[in-house]
Design a protein. Structure first.
Ligand code: 3PG
Ligand code: MG
Length: 396
C-alpha cells in the first residue's frame, strides 16, 4: 500500500479547482525567512496547472498566532510565487467568509492559524476551507504531525485525498531511512532538546551502526557518564534515560571529546563572554559548552567516512554565532561532499536546514533535505502522522 499521489490520476484535475495544503511556515516579522519550503512545492503546483486544473488554491499556516497578526500574514509570499510560477497569484484575506477570485489560476489563502478552528481541528473550519477546491491535495509534510483542520478534519469533505509530489518524496525518502537504510548507516544528532529526540533515537539505534552526538544534548549524555559539564545545559530529567541508552548501545554512541565554551551565558553573539577550548570531554566549572571542539570534529569526520547513508538532524553547537559555528559548519561542508562518492546524506529538521542555508551550501549537494522538522522526527520514530493517515491509499 502506498499513498495516492497527484501523478496517479492527472486527468482528475482537468477543469477542476484544487485545494492544496502546503507548509509555508516561513514568514516572520512580515518577511520570508527561507524559501526552501516554498520552492519544494512548486513542482506540485506546476503539475496541477499542466494537468489543466482550473484553479490551484494554496493554503498554509505560519507561526503560532493568537488571532490575526499582520507580521505573520502570508501576503509577502504572493510576489514570490508570481515570480517563480510566472502566473498572477490572487490572495484571499477572509478564509471563512471570502471566496477565490474567479479569474485567478493560482490563489493563496491567508494564514490559516488566524482562525482558531485550524488548530482545533474544527469540522466547520474544514468545511469553510473545502469551498476552495473540488479536489484536495496534501503537500504539507512539515505540518502532517499536527491534528489541524486543514490536514485532518478536512478528510470528511473529500472522497479522495491526494498526496502532492513533495509529500510523496518525503514519505519515500524517510521511509527508507526508517525501515531500510543503506549500510553502513550512521546518524549525526545534535540540537538542544533531548526530550524531542528520545523516541527517534530509540527507533534509529536499531538500524544505525553509529550515532554521533553533538549540540547541547551531548551534555546530558556526558553527565550521565559522570563527566564534568560545567554550567552547560543539561536535561536533568533525562539523565537516567541517557545512562540506560549508553548502557544498551554504548558501542554505537560516539560522544564529544572536547568542546568550545563561553565563560558566561551567551545572550548576544560576541558580547559579554570569552571563548575557551577544553582539553578533553570535561567542561571545567564556570564554563558553558556551545560547540564541539576540533578533536571531536576530526573524530566524527573520520567516523562518518565509513558510512554509506547518513541521517543528520540538529546542529552541533550554537551555529548562529561565529564563535560556535565550526562544528556544524565543518561537518555540513564535509557531508555535502558525500554525494560525489555515491553516498547518501539525508538532512532533517528545521534548525539543520537553517544551518545548511546559513553556510550557503546548496540543498542539491545532499541526497535529500527534508522540509519537516518535528514531522520528520515523529515519522522516523514510527508514529502515525494525522496528515498522512488521511491520504487515500493505493494498492500496488
Ligand atoms: C513546523 O515548522 O514545525 C511546522 O510547520 C508545524 O508548525 P508548528 O510546530 O508551529 O505546529
Ligand atoms: Mg514545529
Amino acid at each position: 500500500m502506498r499513498l495516492l499521489t497527484v501523478k496517479d490520476e492527472p486527468q482528475a484535475f482537468k477543469d477542476r479547482t484544487v485545494l492544496v495544503r502546503v507548509d509555508y511556515n516561513v514568514v516572520k516579522g512580515g518577511r520570508i525567512t527561507d524559501t526552501y519550503r516554498i520552492d519544494r512545492t512548486l513542482s506540485t503546483v506546476k503539475f496541477l496547472l499542466e494537468a489543466g486544473a482550473k484553479r490551484v488554491v494554496l493554503a498554509s499556516h505560519s507561526g503560532r498566532p493568537k488571532g490575526r497578526d499582520d507580521s505573520l500574514s502570508l501576503r509577502p509570499i504572493v510576489d514570490y510565487l508570481k515570480d517563480k510560477l510566472g502566473e498572477e497569484v490572487g490572495f484571499v484575506e477572509d478564509v471563512v467568509g471570502g471566496k477565490a477570485p474567479e479569474d485567478g489560476k493560482v490563489v493563496l489563502l491567508e494564514n490559516l492559524r488566524f482562525w482558531e478552528g485550524e488548530k482545533g481541528d474544527d469540522p466547520d473550519f474544514a468545511k469553510a476551507l473545502s469551498r476552495f477546491g473540488e479536489l484536495y491535495v496534501n503537500d504539507a509534510f512539515g505540518v502532517s504531525h499536527r491534528k489541524n483542520a486543514s490536514v485532518h478534519a478536512i478528510k470528511d469533505f473529500y472522497d479522495k485525498r491526494y498526496a502532492g509530489l513533495l509529500m510523496a518524496e518525503e514519505v519515500e525518502a524517510l521511509t527508507t531511512v526508517r525501515d531500510n537504510p543503506e549500510k553502513p548507516f550512521h546518524v549525526l544528532f545534535g540540537g538542544a532538546k533531548i526530550k524531542d529526540k528520545v523516541p527517534v533515537l530509540e527507533a534509529l539505534v536499531k538500524k544505525a551502526d553509529k550515532i554521533y552526538v553533538g549540540g547541547a544534548m551531548a551534555y546530558t549524555f556526558l553527565k550521565a557518564q559522570g563527566k564534568e559539564v560545567g554550567n552547560s545545559l543539561v536535561d536533568e530529567e533525562h539523565i537516567e534515560w541517557a545512562r540506560g541508552f549508553l548502557n544498551d548501545h554504548g558501542d554505537k554512541v560516539v560522544l564529544p571529546e572536547d568542546h568550545v565554551c563561553a565563560t558566561g551565558k551567551v545572550e548576544e553573539c560576541g558580547k559579554g563572554y570569552e571563548v575557551r577550548d577544553t582539553e578533553d570531554e570535561n567542561v571545567p566549572d564556570g564554563l558553558i559548552g556551545y560547540d564541539i571542539g576540533w578533536k571531536t570534529i576530526k573524530r566524527y569526520r573520520d567516523g562518518l567516512k565509513g558510512a554509506q547513508m547518513v541521517f543528520w538532524n540538529g546542529p552541533m553547537g550554537m551555529f548562529e554565532c561565529e564563535d560556535f559555528e565550526c562544528g556544524t559548519k565543518l561537518l555540513a561542508i564535509f557531508l555535502s561532499s558525500f554525494k560525489d562518492d555515491g553516498k547518501k546524506v539525508i538532512v532533517g529538521g528545521g534548525d539543520t536546514v537553517a544551518a545548511v542555508s546559513r553556510f550557503h551550501i546548496p540543498y542539491e549537494d545532499f541526497h535529500f533535505v527534508s522540509t519537516g522538522g518535528g514531522a520528520a522526527l515523529e515519522f522516523l520514530a514510527g508514529k502515525e502522522l494525522p496528515g498522512i493517515s488521511i491520504i487515500t491509499k493505493k494498492e500496488d
